[in-house]
Design a protein around this ligand. Structure first.
Ligand code: HEM
Length: 332
């Protein structure tokens, strides 16, 4: 698989010993997956849906954000994996995930551009040194009430944000960590349009979120629409690159729109297609290199997690193309 080769970005500060700490996290991650189920993702394992979409960049992107995919107007086909976190039942509090993959992207080494988003505005761990300590304690005592006692700040930034929701189409999502915008940088957010609102109550059954998606796209034959907005880097004191728990106070400005047409996403083949896809922030244009310690770590961690998953499932690790998405079937 062709992944963008990291280069030194002017806004990054790499701490001493980081490469060794990343390898420690890779080893912990692989051991954790082997202990649970190496066929599935260790994080965000519950596959709710893989849906197809259309991603469009207009001619009105503000100047500091006109870089990479947002540099000029364009339209791309997208494969969106909608998933949920560690709790298998949708009626338990969880983080909710939305991973967008643009296909047939010229100048991307993988041919794709991924935007990986969660419905929480910042990450709960500042950097990779903090992650190693947290992960090691979590392995020693996997009960949340055990290891979170030693990490009260992470408890506040993580578990208290987990909620029970009605539909993943009516949530706002964030990248939480920055990507390069050429020589600058930005964090991203995905904002739902009001017509996505389901009117449903928060999920009261284990598969309530999958039911909400099916009701929206298949039974009601409705599209879902979102705006993608970016928040530009200002300087290291206002918008720190290396602290993933920092809240950036700058405004978000629209850079693209995403439309998910009405579609039947419920076949086993489409489920398997989504399950075996590989999302990583490192599937990107060179202009959008992921930056900051958490992003640098994700390169090796996602690579090794995906290698293990694909080997265990006996499937090829290949980035999809527009032709692959079209084979999934027509829109409704
Ligand atoms: C050091 C920090 C992190 C670690 C160790 C980590 C680890 C992982 C791993 C191992 C996977 C599964 C990869 C695969 O097999 O395909 C994953 C998926 C995912 N991660 Fe992270 N992650 C980190 C940071 C983040 C951050 C900051 C976000 C914020 C948006 C995030 C959001 C997601 C999402 C949404 C998925 C599911 C993607 C999909 O649908 O395939 N992660 N993460």
């Amino acid at each position: 698989m062709n992944i963008m080769a990291p280069r030194s970005h002017p806004l990054e500060t790499v701490p001493a010993g980081e490469a060794d700490m990343i390898e420690r996290v890779v080893a912990l991650q692989i051991a954790m997956m082997k202990g649970v189920n190496p066929k599935k993702r260790g994080q965000h394992p519950k596959h709710q849906a893989l849906v197809r979409g259309r991603f469009e960049v207009g001619d009105d992107v503000p100047a500091p954000l006109k870089a990479g995919i947002f540099a000029r107007p364009g339209a791309y086909d997208a494969a969106v994996r909608i998933s949920t976190g560690p709790m298998p039942r949708d009626n338990d509090p969880n983080p909710h995930a939305f991973a967008i993959k643009l296909v047939d992207v010229p100048d991307s080494p993988s041919g794709t551009q991924d935007f990986i988003l969660l419905d929480q505005p910042t990450f709960f761990i500042a950097d990779i040194a903090e992650y190693v300590g947290f992960f090691e304690d979590a392995i020693k005592d996997p009960s949340a009430s055990g290891f979170f006692k030693a990490h009260p700040r992470q408890f506040g930034l993580n578990l208290t944000f987990n909620v029970v929701i009605a539909s993943q189409l009516e949530r706002q999502y964030w990248s939480e960590v920055p990507i390069a915008m050429g020589e600058g940088a930005a964090r991203l957010t995905l904002i739902p349009e009001v017509d996505n609102v389901s009117g449903r109550d928060p999920a009261s059954t284990p598969d309530g979120l999958r039911d909400a998606l099916e009701e929206h796209f298949v039974e009601n034959r409705k599209p879902a629409r979102f705006a993608l907005a970016a928040q530009a880097y200002v300087d290291q004191s206002i918008t720190p690159i290396e602290d993933a728990t920092s809240v950036w106070p700058t405004a978000f400005e629209k850079v693209a729109s995403l439309t998910l047409p009405a579609q039947d996403f419920t076949s086993d083949a489409q489920f398997a297609f989504g399950e075996h896809l590989s999302y990583t922030p490192w599937h990107c244009l060179p202009a959008h290199q992921p930056i900051g310690g958490i992003q640098r770590a994700r390169k090796r961690i996602y690579e090794e997690s995906q290698k293990l998953r694909h080997e265990t499932n006996g499937v090829e690790d290949r980035e999809p193309t527009k032709a692959d998405l079209e084979r999934l079937g027509a829109f409704l």
